[in-house]
Design a protein around this ligand. Sequence first.
Ligand code: UTP
Length: 286
Amino acid sequence: MFMPINTVVLPVAGLGTRFLPATKSIPKEMLPVLDKPLIQLAVEEAHKAGIQHVVLVTSASKRAIEDHFDVNFELESTLESRQKLAMLDAVRSTLPQGMTLSVVRQPKALGLGHAVLCAYPIVGDKPFAVMLPDDLIDDLDGGCLADMVALYNKKGAYSLAVEEVPRDKTDKYGVVSLNSDGQIMAMVEKPKPEVAPSTLAVVGRYVLPAEIFQALATVQAGAGGEIQLTDGIASLLATQCFYPHRFKGTRYDCGSKLGYLQANVAFGLRDVEIGTSFQAWLQDNK
Ligand code: UTP
């Protein structure tokens, strides 16, 4: 039996510069795909994975995220008095039943690795998951994180979600190389295409050991002057096994305008209410 994974860390303290000016006062993670903000889609995926505790790593300008998961008395009583029960249910269930939420601040955007380290006082010395909400993984079955948590529960295996990317895009990702047993042997953050060890890129789902906190506390600032999660994981590779998880479904990079629009189109096309009319409109406006 392994210590169960029941906590997910959602680092949401980045500046979201690629969506300015929209993200001047609205957190990137509150941008909706159809009618749900990215952060809610991430929490729902974590719930499907059996996670009970969500730890948000936020910054001063991200209050809207906490509010989204909190009670809104005025709105709820108005919907109740108007008998808008489906809407009332949608408002009340932003945080799925049985889940609890903690919030910790990252005082300065010093990098993803630093953001994860900020969660240590809440997570403590146990394995946990990390999800980046702007990497939306659309899998109508169990979900990417559920598969990774199941792998851990079965074999005690730590894993990183990975995806093949075009070689000219390696400088946007952490890139891994594998040994003959299929374990991750090396990883490097944002390598230039000509020096990238492979085209297998890490995307925003991780199942990590508690030792990552110690590693992040000692790692030096890397690419972009930030403390990189990739560097922390790389420093553990000599002593811990990490497996690549090739997920099912489609990943949308909702931190980029193109990926965000693609996600909205995909979700819009299968929406029961507007899907048919939206498809007809797309056909007419090709
Ligand atoms: P990104 O690389 O997407 O950066 O961060 P960003 O600031 O969110 O967006 P751009 O590039 O300026 O448009 C990946 C994830 O790491 C978190 C972000 O919130 C996002 O979930 N992050 C990044 C932090 O929490 N803190 C940081 O210091 C950096």
